[in-house]
Each structure stands twice: as structure tokens, then as C-alpha cells.
Design a protein. Sequence first.
Length: 438
Amino acid sequence: MTPDRFRLMHWMNARKTTPDLLGAAGVDTAVLTAVLDGSAPEVSEEQFTALCAALRVAPEQIAARQDSTPAAVVLTADQLHATRRPIRRAGLHFYNYYTMAAPEGQVAPVILDILCPAGTLPELNNGHLEPAITVNLGPGRIHGRWGAELDATTWRVLEPGDSYVESSYCPHAYSLVDGTPARIVSYTGDSNLAPLLDEANAWGDPAAATMIADLDAGPPVSAVLRAALRRRCFDADSAGLACGVDADHISAFCDGRTDSLDPDELRALGRSLGFDFRPLIEPVRRRDALGKTHLTAAESRAGSRAFASYTATSLAMTPELPDLVGVLLAVDGEAQGLDLADHGENHYLVTAGDLTLHWQEPDGTAVAATLGPDGTAWLAPLVAHSWSGRGTVVKLGSGERLGYLDHLELTNTFAPAATLRRGRQDARGWGYEPGSGN
């Protein structure tokens, strides 16, 4: 059995325990020391079980990770086409699915051949938790359907280059407008609600019903303030006295009148009571009645701009789903060095031309791969890379490995750079080991 020494040290620190105390609980301290200093990472099953029992953790919480994050994953067009899966619905060959490049076990964008013929109303699916960004790659037009009853919101033509973002559990289906073939690329990104829903599945029914009822009682930001006050044992009157804000304004906000507190009052509440006031600010909303955000190809082209050595054109994005990112990059010539590196992973699809992707491996080695149309690639967060040649590439991203919630937490963290520097591969104990001077 192989413990991960950094995970192990984290749990020793979290449990406020030392090698001697673990030894008293049945762990061989010589074996533990060899694991922590990296000289003998393997332990017997008996010792691994003893470690888990002493630290009160599940085996997977201290086990060595079997995966390591690659810098890049590349699939040629032929390799992409080999992932083809035909899908039949309502007696029709409805779609062909193809999976783009990604590390093993990770969600990746998919390409769909739209095969439901013109004149046929496509049968809806049930939607899914993960929000998605979808682009019509053309060359033909497609009908998008998002509801049982057809109207301007639930039935719409997507021209080549049109894109849209769909929210969680939005039913959807597509069909051809005429005889011209068409494809889409769709990226169902990681949902920030997934960990909460996974946790809520283990709650009792009364607890889950309480959470849902609280959110049903008005705007979500009102529910967040009510929860922050309750958890700290404040009501509107005592909170108002603590921070110098009118209690009537606080009560009105809790009752759903979210314009009752201005940003300065929200900031004062957070400062005095000890919570982050930013989740109390109403988000900017760009979605329609079904939670979709559309951007036409013409609107995309109107926002074209120079970026680094490329011409960038935005696809549909929305502030309510800040981790979903879509951009079309036009490449014309050589890049000025490795001029791309993002706080987040990137999935790429070459849509025209022969392009060369350049990137840097963790050991500093320079690597390149040439991809034609339908070539795809995945780049890990903060991996320096660039494109050269002449053509276009779709750039898609989500927050699966580094995203909005991470950024929110980093902005709250005291000395974030120092914290990350210490926490990455941290093998230091918490200061009460023998010889520490305590």
C-alpha cells in the first residue's frame, strides 16, 4: 500500500497528532518516518489500515494518487473520429458523438453530427446538472429545441457560428433546418453545485427540505443573508446595532427586497459579523426565461479584437456561469513565444487550416504537435503554449481544475501566495514533533 506523504502530513496536522502519538495508536514510527521523508513510500496493508484508523480517515483520503496531471493531451482528427458513437432516438439515427482530447477520467467537450432530418420535431432529452456552452460549427443551420411548447424561447434557428450557454437541467435537442449537414461542439462543464448535491444526497429529508424551502422563500441572496445571521445568532435588530446599519433595511433584505441594502451597508454587515458580503450582491443576469444565453455569429464578429498574436472572437458566455469560457482564435503566422497560459484548463478544436500547437512540459522541454481540422487538444491550467500556422481554433474552458470558486477563496485568503507556496507538497509537521523545541 502507498500512502501519499503530503496527504498524510495534512491529516496529521488536521488531527493535531504526531508520529509518537500515532505510534501509541499502533503505527510503526520507523515506517511512518520513512513514508514522510520519501525514503520508503510503501507500507504493509496492516500498517496502512492502522494509519487510517489512528487518523480516522477513509483509505482514499491518504492514498497516493494514481493520476498525475499531464501538461497536454492531443488527439488527431483520425483519433477523434475513432471515438464516434451513433445515437438513436425515436427510431431515428439522431446524432453521432465524438469526444475531444482530455485526460483519462475527465469530462471533455463532445462534437455532434446533427442527423435529425428537417421537418422532424426533435425529441427532447431531460437536461443535466452540468451547464454547457454549445456552438454551431456548420456548415448548415440547425433548429434548437428547449421545451415541450414551441415559442421564440424554446424553438430557435442556430446559424453557423451562433453559440449559446444553457443552465442546469435545461432540456434540449437539435435537428437540421434543411438538407445541409451541420455539427455542433458542446462542452458540459463541471458544475459548482455538484459537491453540494452529492452531500445533500446523504442528508435526511427534513434537512434537504429546509434548505430548498429557504431558497424558495425569495431571492437566493436573501436566503444567504438569513443563513449568515442565523448561524451567528443574530437577528436584524442585533445585527443592525453591531454594524450601524438600519435594522429595517436588514429585515427588508431578508424578506426579499434586495435593493434595501446598498454595497456599503452589505460590506459593513460582513465586516462586523464576520462573513464575506459578496454573495449578497445580486449577479448580473443575461439569461432568458429558460436560463439560456445566446450570441449570434454576427454579434460575435462585432466583438473581434487583437489578443497576443491572434484575432479573438467571443462565443456565448454569461456572468452567472463564469467558469464556462468560449473563444474563437484566428491564427495567422508565428506566435511571439508561448503567449497563452490561463488560470484554467483549455480544450481546443481546430476548425480550419493546419495549425501547430507548441507547449512546455513540466521539465521545461518544448513540445509541438501539428493538427488539421478536427484535431483537438487539452492544456492543463497555467501551461504556457501557443498556436502557429494559418487557420482557426475553438478555445473552450471550465472550472474543473481551477475556477471561480478557487478565485473567490483565494481573494479571501490571507497572504494567498505564501499560503499556496507553503501548502503545495507540504511535508512540514505542525510543530510538536520531538526536537521541535516544544
